[in-house]
Design a protein around this ligand. Structure first.
Ligand SMILES: Cc1ncc(COP(=O)(O)O)c(C=O)c1O
Length: 382
């Protein structure tokens, strides 16, 4: 039996309700939304609106029209950053960003002369939010932070960062790729102006889904123009949400599945899911720390992390360990840089990366036991 420990890349398996919902939509509804008025088109519109409402419920936000769908969080983040930051502007970010944020900023730095300030963090990815105050400039246009590192698992103090951003009237964008659905997020209490989410990780939806929840109308300049089904006579993109940021046909069947994923989470509760993943992380850390010749990175404190653990077996390349885990033991993990080079620079693993195991709601302690057994056996043969 194979074991899936790559939930930080995408969650697997999905709840049956998610696959059923995609199937049901494609088989029995199948229409586009907002374009036509026959009953199936209206039904399709209801499916999408219901998913907007469920996401609002999950993240404690009040206006479903401010939920904008994109094809993943990378597209959502690019839309937000490019739609807020203008030529020569200044942006503050963490030292742990995924390339979804980092490359987007670096390309704006190269092509549009923006300035980037990185908030220092320690080797475990712990950030002191007060340091942000020293980096704020008159032309700071955005603060963008990942909620949890996809390499070290370390949670970032977004509530405090959001409060600082709000005091200075700077929009605060959060990349929730590693937390949405697995850790509580409250847009209002966490002082988030724009929440970027991806549908296919802990939200348990299909690939090809993601989006933004945007607090204020007009905060993000549209980056795409095209059909939305409304105000078609106007030569310009509508100025109201979600149409201002949603041009072209949405991934409606994927959004149907995402809605089912969010319903599953709301039924189980985020707190219960968090507790399960936290205790699994605790158990795994305890077991892994007992293995000789294995270096674990990050805070090694389950309260400060999501269910993502990076490690290396001393003197063996991460890719080799991942290969043997898969070939011999049918254990699926990820090796390499995980699209987050700055985090690797922090821990000194930018040449080979790390082996990363990441848990999801459906993992069990037995999966950890088999991983630990396999690693012990591999190390004993080195
Ligand atoms: C922190 C973080 N941000 C962004 C992304 C990009 O996600 P997606 O490929 O769904 O756009 C990931 C995916 O691994 C991630 O871990």
């Amino acid at each position: 039996m194979s074991i899936y420990l790559d939930n930080a890349a995408t969650s697997f398996p999905k709840p049956d309700s998610v696959t059923d919902s995609v199937y049901h939509f494609m088989k029995y509804i199948g229409a586009n939304i907002g374009r036509s008025s026959y009953s199936k088109a209206q039904k399709a519109g209801e499916v999408v609106n219901e998913t907007r409402q469920l996401l609002c419920q999950l993240f404690n936000y009040c206006n479903p029209d401010h939920v904008v769908f994109t094809s993943n969080v990378t597209e959502a983040i690019n839309l937000a950053i490019r739609g807020i930051v203008s030529k020569g502007g200044h942006v503050i970010t963490s030292g742990l960003e995924h390339n979804a944020v980092w490359r987007c900023l670096k390309m704006l730095e190269r092509d549009h002369d923006i300035q980037i300030s990185t908030v220092p963090c320690d080797r475990n990815g712990i950030t002191e939010p007060e340091k942000i105050n020293e980096l704020i400039q008159p032309d700071t246009q955005l603060i963008v932070f990942t909620h949890a590192s996809n390499v070290l698992g370390t949670l970032q103090p977004i509530r405090t960062i959001g409060a600082i951003a709000s005091q200075h009237h700077i929009p605060f964008l959060v990349d929730s790729a590693q937390t949405a659905g697995a850790y509580p997020i409250d847009i209002r209490a966490d002082n988030i102006d724009i929440l970027a989410f991806t549908g296919h990780k802990s939200l348990l939806g299909p690939t090809g889904t993601g989006g933004l929840i945007v607090k204020s109308e007009g905060l993000i300049r549209p980056q795409k123009a095209g059909g939305t089904g409304r105000d078609s006579i106007s030569p310009y993109q509508p100025e109201y949400l979600p149409d201002s940021l949603e041009a072209g046909t949405l991934n409606v069947s994927g959004i149907a599945g995402l809605g089912a994923g969010v319903k599953f989470i709301l039924n189980k509760t985020v707190e219960a899911i968090r507790n399960k993943e936290q205790s699994l992380t605790d158990y795994a850390l305890n077991q892994l720390q007992r293995i000789e010749n294995l270096t674990i990175y990050g805070p090694c404190n389950p309260e400060k992390m999501v269910g993502v653990i990076s490690f290396n077996v001393n003197c063996v390349a991460a890719v080799e360990i991942a290969y043997v885990l898969d070939e011999v033991y049918e254990i699926m993990v990820r090796a390499g840089l995980h699209c987050a080079p700055t985090a690797h620079r922090l821990i000194g693993t930018e040449s080979d990366g790390t082996v990363r195991v990441s848990f999801g709601y459906f993992n069990q302690k037995e999966d950890v036991d088999l991983l630990v057994f396999a690693l012990r056996e591999i190390i004993s043969k080195i």
